[in-house]
Design a protein around this ligand. Structure first.
Ligand code: AMP
Length: 307
């Protein structure tokens, strides 16, 4: 069961209260691919990079079953660059720099060999480009999941609303859900967003877990309480990769299985934050992932006698 992932492959500069890195590999599609490759192969990647993106990173991805035929390499431009600084709580951050570089003239092309993919993960990217990928699919994928961020709500809201009508699942964080809906209550925000197009909505709340909304149902998954969080960058994308990776592996897109997918996504994200960049994602094994998922089950299961 193959999966298309679309998004940025980038360099990031990150500052947290506990450390700083000036230039490490990042990007929404990078994190999605590393996470999803634990569950499904091939990962049909669509992105764009400049002359400066490390060849070793591409090799590493290929080893994990990431097909890079859809990754355009521009020989005279730099890769997308993002820089952010986290607040003391590590849940909120300020974007310091967004240098589009190669992204400025990105026109994603879906290779013919990707056309039979049944799952489509639209990682964080210009909404117009997300829409273009959907429109190029000759057969609509079984499930289209979309991630976005406040940056695009600020500068491309109308385009974003058009894409929302075409997707099945939207992933946003709590601040973005509030911004998109204009509602403070997350329940009201969810109801409004579900009217904008997606049938399912996941609201990520960082260390406070994630909520899944569908029709009148709501499901909550906690985040694993970790002693040390080194760098939350990419946690959202890693969550997305684990979420869609599980759905694509099981080929089951019911609400019930989405609950499991949320736990899988949360487990993957809990690894991502343990090191700067996607480094931790390259170390973990299936057994590490299974153990984490078991920890989530322990964390929330309890018996209660109602008399
Ligand atoms: P997350 O922490 O999950 O929101 O993802 C952070 C990653 O998204 C970083 O590695 C950045 O390179 C990438 N990123 C940041 N801003 C944007 C943007 N406006 N569009 C696409 N990707 C972005």
């Amino acid at each position: 069961m193959s999966l298309i992932t679309v998004g940025t492959m980038a360099f990031d500069a990150i500052e947290t209260p506990f450390g700083k890195v000036d230039k490490i590999v990042g990007g929404s599609a990078t994190y999605v691919a590393y996470a999803a490759s634990n569950f499904v192969k091939p990962i049909n990647q669509i992105s764009i990079i400049g002359y400066d993106f490390p060849a070793e990173e591409l090799e590493e991805m290929k080893k994990r079953g990431v097909n890079i035929d859809g990754v355009e390499i521009v020989s005279d431009k730099k890769s997308f660059f993002w820089s952010g600084k986290y607040h003391m709580d590590m849940n909120s951050r300020d974007t310091l720099i967004t240098d589009l570089n190669v992204l400025e003239d990105f026109n994603p092309i879906v290779p013919d060999s990707y056309q039979d993919s049944e799952f489509l993960m639209l990682g964080n990217l210009m909404p117009k480009l997300q829409l273009s990928v959907i429109q190029q699919m000759k057969v609509r994928p079984k499930l289209i999941v979309m991630d976005t961020m406040n940056f695009w709500m600020d500068i491309a809201l109308e385009d974003l609303k058009v894409v929302l009508k075409e997707v099945d699942v939207l992933l946003v964080n709590d601040a973005e859900a509030r911004q998109l809906s204009g509602e403070v209550s997350l329940v009201k925000a969810a109801n409004k967003i579900l009217e904008m197009g997606p049938r399912f909505l996941v609201i990520k709340k960082g260390e406070h877990g994630a909520l899944l909304f569908h029709e009148s149902h709501v499901f909550f998954a906690p985040a694993l309480p970790l002693e040390e969080v080194i760098d939350p960058t990419g946690a959202g994308d890693t969550f997305a990769g684990g979420f869609i990776g599980h759905l694509a592996k099981t080929k089951d897109i019911s609400f019930k299985n989405m609950k499991t997918a949320i736990i899988v996504g949360s487990a993957l994200a809990s690894f991502c934050v343990e090191k700067f960049g996607p480094e931790r994602m390259k170390e973990i094994t299936k057994s590490d992932i299974d153990q984490r998922i078991a920890q989530f089950v322990d964390l929330v299961s309890f018996d209660i006698d109602l008399v």
